[in-house]
Write a protein that binds this ligand. Structure first.
Ligand SMILES: Nc1ncnc2c1ncn2[C@@H]1O[C@H](COP(=O)(O)OP(=O)(O)O)[C@@H](O)[C@H]1O
Ligand SMILES: [Mg+2]
Length: 263
């Protein structure tokens, strides 16, 4: 489905600030997998997403999505195949536009229609149904300005917009980290629901070991650009927090940052 092969990524090569983030990094993601990706600050999680979504190009190596070589494909050309949600709830939606306008834009974009073409009555009904599935009552607030919604509501909307037509791959970059605990849990539940209903192949970055274990069907831990833990299948289903942390310290020969364990 997604294959990253022998990826090398170096920032500021040849300068005193040189930083080798990935050196011969490979990852194979199967269709329908829901990977939770855990790793300390600076371990390369966001860079990995930037490489997959085309914000950054690798120095060497190959990336293919459904057998299509996307290694050097421009970001906007792969955007309709790859959905991405960031930590900041303000990033995914336009505050001065209404709920309906935001959804319409996402819909037009994902169906590759011109932004200037009119949205039909039927489309509007479809968008209202989609937003109703979020269970937040936003279907009755289609004309409300998005800037008036809470962070959790906005992030839920972003989730709906990113999956309005099913992406081939969904990338979630700590998309609940900026929310209060109650909203974070709501958005996390919504994420599980949407991903499992639509069967979307997903990679979710999280700092939170508990949500990493409670979500998805494969868990990967990254340390200095290396995969040090990769567990799926039956072993993943039964995995406890302690077992996971033991696996991490065995492979990386250090403890996982204790501040992050508390979460
Ligand atoms: N655009 C960039 N220029 C230079 N260094 C960068 C850039 N992006 C990331 N890095 C460096 O690459 C390493 C990995 O960063 P990142 O992928 O953001 O880590 P994570 O998301 O796991 O916290 C860090 O050392 C970071 O400072
Ligand atoms: Mg990051």
């Amino acid at each position: 489905m997604l294959t990253m092969l022998n990826i090398k990524k170096i920032f500021n090569q040849g300068t005193p600030d040189e930083r080798i983030v990935f050196n011969d990094f490979s990852l194979q993601v199967e269709k329908g997998e829901f990977i939770t990706l855990v790793g300390g600050n600076g371990s390369g999680k966001s860079t990995l997403f930037n490489l997959i979504s085309g914000i950054l190009l690798p120095d060497s190596g190959n990336i293919t999505l459904n057998d299509l070589d996307i290694t050097t494909m421009l970001e906007h050309k792969r955007a309709h195949m790859i959905g991405r949600i960031f930590q900041d709830p303000l990033k995914g939606t336009a505050p001065h536009m209404t709920v309906e306008e935001n959804l319409s834009i996402a819909y037009m974009r994902s169906t590759k229609r011109s932004l200037f073409s009119r949205i039909s009555k039927k489309d509007k009904v479809y968008l209202q149904e989609r937003v109703a599935q979020l269970g937040l009552g936003l279907e009755d607030r289609m004309q409300a300005q998005v800037g008036l919604l809470s962070g959790g509501q906005r992030q839920a909307m972003t989730m709906s917009m990113a999956t309005i037509t099913t992406p081939k791959l969904l990338l979630l970059d700590e998309h609940t980290a900026a929310l209060d605990p109650v909203s974070a849990e709501k958005v996390m539940n919504l994420t599980r629901k949407i991903v499992s209903e639509l069967g979307i192949t997903t990679i979710m970055i999280t700092h939170n070991i508990s949500s990493a274990i409670e979500t998805g069907n494969r868990i990967i831990m990254l340390d200095s650009g290396r995969i040090v833990v990769d567990i799926k299948g039956e072993k993943r289903d039964k995995l406890t927090k302690q077992e996971l942390l033991n696996c991490f310290s065995e492979s990386s020969e250090k403890e996982f940052d204790s501040e992050q364990i508390l979460q």
